[in-house]
Design a protein around this ligand. Structure first.
Ligand code: FE2
Ligand code: FE2
Length: 458
């Protein structure tokens, strides 16, 4: 699976090579890319932020300059974009080109097929993050200190990955800006100590934002290991995966969207898709998932549910399932910016001010994402309309102008807010099936009933 969020751009007019790439359907799912034979078309693609081009492969055969004038032109507008030069006939090239005197990221000599390029993509986007090098930070332990809250990210105690020695400097929060450091990186960290904090009513550990990035990589590695282990039950796999998803969601929502974080989110979605496609959902129904998932964080759970529904609706391609997954991961980003403590599952008891915030959060979320400019239009629309419904009597929330991904996120959102957080039982489930689910289009209703192993009722 490709480790990056976005697309590659291949500019090449070597018919055999280009046509070969177009037949590599599996690889193209993992490494989405545009293939074009002209630089003119490539320029148009590069100019569109929604295409999110992250790497360019440029063939020397596309122009008289052997790719040099094109390199210059791309570098003017995108100085940091990695550009690889493809030489199909190195024997015809001058020495200066072969020696890469013009500063391409690398020269690829006579690639036989697409995998010659995907190998380079893997090397380019591999994580260099390591958590082994974190040192004890300068704050003294067990003394109350004032710290800027925004620079710290909360990790639920129940989801914290226990290692014999702490890889991180760990804090607990005492007040708005008051923290106390309880462990230095390198300190021994056993279960007893952990349980002592839990007994004292501590629900979250706090990690500095910089260290939290490395913590996410630890979760990612652990989740990957667990997912690929045939002996481990699906519920444990989902638990680890949602831990990982929760942490990347927190980081995106609390400290902003960046390319690096979206690459990590992309890995979470890859793992989700892999698990959903390999977990025999017929035996392990959505109902079982709902019962075992517990009170996991909203965004990662909604993302996993959305991917499940997308897969069931018949959005077969990994790309479509991942679009639903990323839109779901970010669907409430506007809510956090308006009020970090807002709990969407308590919608019935909102006062005026809270109702105002709720009413604005879709639009506001869309604005935040549009500003970042890295996403597909479908994703913006899904975030902007995820509380709109195709059917039902609420005219303020009903529209025909709603895409499938938006409905998928809406359904996943309600499954979490209504069924999971309220603890599943027959009454809750019935209410969901007869009222909430009826507001979605028949296709979505059918998919969810299938996931719940229920026949469609009319
Ligand atoms: Fe929402
Ligand atoms: Fe939500």
């Amino acid at each position: 699976m490709g480790r990056f969020f976005g697309k590659a751009l291949i500019i090449d007019n070597d018919v055999r090579f280009v046509e070969g790439i177009k037949t590599e359907f599996k690889l193209l799912e993992d490494y989405p890319c545009f293939v074009t034979k002209t630089f003119q078309e490539a320029t148009k693609i590069l100019k569109q932020p929604k295409h999110n081009i992250r790497v360019v492969f440029l063939s020397s055969s596309i122009s008289m300059s052997g790719g040099l004038s094109e390199l210059k032109e791309i570098r003017t507008s995108r100085p940091f974009l990695p550009i690889f030069l493809i030489l199909h006939h190195p024997e015809r090239e001058p020495k200066a080109i072969l020696n890469n005197e013009d500063g391409f990221n690398k020269i690829i000599i006579a690639p036989k097929n697409f995998s010659f390029l995907t190998k380079e993509i893997d090397t380019l986007f591999i994580s260099k993050e390591t958590w082994a090098d974190i040192q004890a930070s300068e704050e003294k332990k067990n003394i109350e200190i004032n710290l800027v809250k925004d620079r710290f990210i909360a990790v639920p105690l129940s989801d914290y990955v226990l290692t014999p020695k702490s890889f991180f400097n760990i804090f607990i929060q005492l007040g708005e800006t008051k923290f106390v450091k309880i462990l230095n990186a390198g300190d021994a960290f056993d279960k007893d100590l952990f349980e002592t904090y839990a007994r004292k009513g501590i629900t979250h550990f706090y990690l500095a934002d910089e260290e939290h990035k490395k913590y996410i990589r630890l979760c990612e590695k652990l989740s990957k290991k667990v997912i690929n282990d045939q002996e481990i039950k699906s519920s444990k796999k989902i638990h680890n995966l949602l831990n990982f998803g929760n942490n990347i969601a927190q980081s995106l929502i609390h400290t902003g969207i960046s390319e690096e974080k979206l690459d990590i989110a992309n890995t979470f979605l890859n793992q989700s898709v892999h698990l959903i496609k390999n977990m025999k959902m017929k035996n392990e129904s959505l109902k079982k998932f709902i019962e075992t998932v517990g009170l996991k964080e909203h965004n990662a759970t909604v993302s996993f549910l959305a991917s499940m529904i997308a897969n069931q609706v018949g959005l077969e391609s990994i790309k479509s399932v991942k679009i639903a997954g990323i839109a779901a991961l970010l669907h409430d980003i506007g809510l956090y910016y308006l009020n970090p403590d807002f709990n969407e599952s308590e919608l019935e008891n909102l006062d005026h001010k809270q109702q105002d915030i709720f009413d604005q959060h879709e639009k506001h979320g869309g604005q935040i994402l549009r500003k970042s400019g890295n996403f597909d239009e479908v994703i913006y629309q899904a975030v902007e309309n995820h509380h709109m419904r195709r059917r039902g009597s609420d005219h303020t929330r009903r529209t025909n102008n709603i895409n499938m991904v938006t409905e998928i996120i809406g359904a996943a959102d309600e499954l979490h807010n209504i069924v999971i957080t309220k603890k599943i039982n027959d009454t809750v489930m019935n209410e969901f099936l007869t009222t909430n689910l009826k507001r979605f289009s028949p296709q979505i209703e059918k998919a969810i009933l299938e996931l719940l192993n229920k026949a469609k009722s009319t």
